[in-house]
Design a protein around this ligand. Structure first.
Ligand SMILES: C[S@@+](CC[C@H](N)C(=O)[O-])C[C@H]1O[C@@H](n2cnc3c(N)ncnc32)[C@H](O)[C@@H]1O
Length: 339
């Protein structure tokens, strides 16, 4: 591959199969190395270069970093590395199977360390449990940070993780020979901030239970209502609901020709989706079908089933003669809506 080769197909956790068959994607069965939040991809490219016998996967949420990563791969002619648009939490839970990763690298995550950002921090119990579950026995976790409070918080979290053993004699070290510097690392050095390097190894303690999340069938509801789509629309109010651990925002409703389109945001612990549900009136009138619209790449998770159930229940509540004719929703979603 050379600088003139066409771009690689864009990959994201919304379009890749859950879980992903990495051997098929790379065309080779090799150990998997993951870098989370690879930024401008110097370290990612270095990983791919020094591990030619491994497949290297970079996860990022920032588009400019994904473009930089793709450029780097193309210019250097690297064939054993791919970048994926994904939140780390989504990738770890949905794309990888237990004991499938040989190494995980995290460099300078969360450049701010404020209490109000605590819920969004990468280094937290659930994400670390997912990393431990996805590392194979003997697999390695590498972490670097230039924020002393982040280092202290990570050291406490890692010490309380029985599935990992510290490879260093101290919680962290200030020098890690052989590293290629990342952009943030260079900046920290120029500004006189010491970097804290961690090296942990997966031991033989049992991994925390982290399920592999598989896709559900598409949610589907058929109902009868004497109301017209205009009358339904007139009743719509933006609202937010909690179903189990998930938060579902019914954000807006829009009128189509014989349809209503609901704009919905679903936040689940491992994935956030901004999707559309479409309510279509049957040609003979009086009957309606509610299903996922084709905007974006909706993945039928539990949260999306709960959202469909909430919209279905709301439509039925609008008129005493309205009734559900058919409701194909996941039983766990149904139970959580009744709770
Ligand atoms: C401070 S930068 C560090 C970049 C690079 N590792 C370095 O050392 O120069 C953190 C990077 O992590 C990415 N990031 C933040 N949260 C993430 C998440 N939940 N999943 C994937 N990437 C994330 C950001 O887009 C950003 O590029």
């Amino acid at each position: 591959m050379t600088a003139s080769t066409p771009s690689l197909p864009k990959l994201s956790s919304w379009t890749l199969p859950w879980p992903t068959d990495w051997s098929a994607l790379f065309g080779a069965e090799r150990p998997l190395i993951l870098e989370i939040g690879f930024g401008y991809a110097h370290y990612l490219a270095h990983l791919a270069t020094v591990h030619p016998g491994s497949s290297v996967i970079g996860i990022e949420i920032a588009n400019k970093c994904l473009v930089a990563g793709e450029d780097m791969i193309r210019k250097r002619g690297l064939t054993n590395v791919r970048v994926i648009h994904s939140m780390a939490e989504t990738a770890l839970h949905h794309l990888f199977t237990p004991a499938s990763l040989s190494e995980v690298h995290i460099n300078f995550p969360d450049p701010w360390f404020k209490t109000r950002h605590a819920g969004r921090r990468l280094m937290q119990r659930d994400t670390l449990d997912a990393i431990v579950n996805r590392l194979r026995p003997g697999g390695l976790l590498w972490l670097a940070t230039d924020i002393v409070e982040y280092a202290e918080m990570s050291a406490a979290l890692l010490t309380e993780t029985p599935g990992l053993t510290n490879r260093l004699e101290t919680p962290w070290v200030y020098q890690m020979p052989g590293r290629v510097l990342t952009k943030y690392e260079r900046k920290a050095g120029q500004e006189g901030r010491p970097c804290h390097y961690f090296a942990y190894q997966r031991n033989d303690q049992p991994a925390p239970l982290v399920p592999v999340i598989e896709e559900l069938a598409m949610p589907h509801i058929v109902l009868r209502s004497p109301l017209s789509v205009d009358e339904m629309l007139a009743h719509f109010e933006r609202s937010e609901h909690r179903a189990g651990e998930n938060i579902i925002s019914l954000m807006a409703a829009y009128r189509g020709r014989r349809s209503l389109l609901f704009e919905v945001f679903v936040k689940e612990p491992t994935i956030e989706q901004h999707v559309a549900f479409l309510l279509t009136e049957h040609p003979d009138g009086g009957e309606f079908t509610l299903q996922l619209g084709t905007l974006g790449h909706p993945r039928p998770t539990l949260g999306l089933h709960q959202a469909a159930g909430l919209i279905g229940d709301w439509l039925i509540s609008l008129h005493p003669e309205a009734q559900t004719l058919n409701r194909k929703l996941n039983p766990v979603a149904e139970a959580s809506l009744k709770a």
